[in-house]
Design a protein around this ligand. Sequence first.
Ligand code: PMV
Length: 320
Amino acid sequence: MTPEDTPILASAQAPGKVILLGEHSVVYGRAAIAVPVRSVFARAVVRPATDKLVICSRLEAGLGTTWTIRVDGESSQEPLAVAAQAVLGWLGWDRPPRWLVEVSSTIPLARGLGSSAAAAVALVRAMAQAAGRELSAAEASELAYQAEQQAHGTPSGIDNTVVAWDRPVHFAAGQARELPLGAPLPLVIADSGRRAPTRDLVAAVRERWSGNRRQIEAIFDDIQALVDRAEIALSQGNLGQLGSCMTENQACLRQLGVSDERLDALVESALTAGAWGAKLSGAGGGGVVIALVPLADGPRIAEALRAAGARDTIQTVVET
Ligand code: PMV
């Protein structure tokens, strides 16, 4: 019998995400704003298994990167195994159940789109559901955070929060609150095709900060001021103002050293094609550029981004 023939005990999904403003400075206690991106998502399915708890992860669409993790005492350090163990602790189970948990995803990996957080949130939700227990968004976020720590070292916690809440969030110093949107946000997300290793980029910023705290703290303060302005613009549905904040945030990220010529070129192409604002999103050094766009201009701006070197584009609207 193949896994596909066995019954499904539970299944759950979690969306991707982008950070609108505040990446990196959020690691230093400043505020950031992130929104869910539902057009890409991770999914976890739980089926009965004859063996112990086994996790099969197929995170990159089209690539045969399936691997198996047995959570059977000899604890695996794979982030998803860490998340699974966190769920078992939350359930109060000292013996793993006989489950096969399959995790798949349409979210490009390591692009700042929250692929690791979404996979972890989908997994913890599906496992809780298979155990017949309700998991609140806050609990799902907390359990997934343990996988994020394993994957990234010192994550701020913004990714697991926005993905678990599936709502726009304001996040600062570990505290999150939901952000009301005054208008839907049409976004074009341009994939540079290059991986953005969060751990390395966070470490690079840390090194610069250690070498010149005054200057780097001043940049973080500038970003905080932009987040404050952006929050007001978001609540008023003022996309022009929000876009300006995003573009100014990109200038700060350039000063921090996490942008590069190719990302700058994508930002410029979106602005020239009529975006309200554009910036890299996530750790930088690759990953994605996001552009806030007038809805009708989305296809044209996406085309401009592809002409400027984006491997792929995603058009999405973050609903109020
Ligand atoms: O994992 P990414 O690419 O979404 O980056 C997260 C944003 C950072 O602020 C750079 C790191 C963090 O933990 O908040």
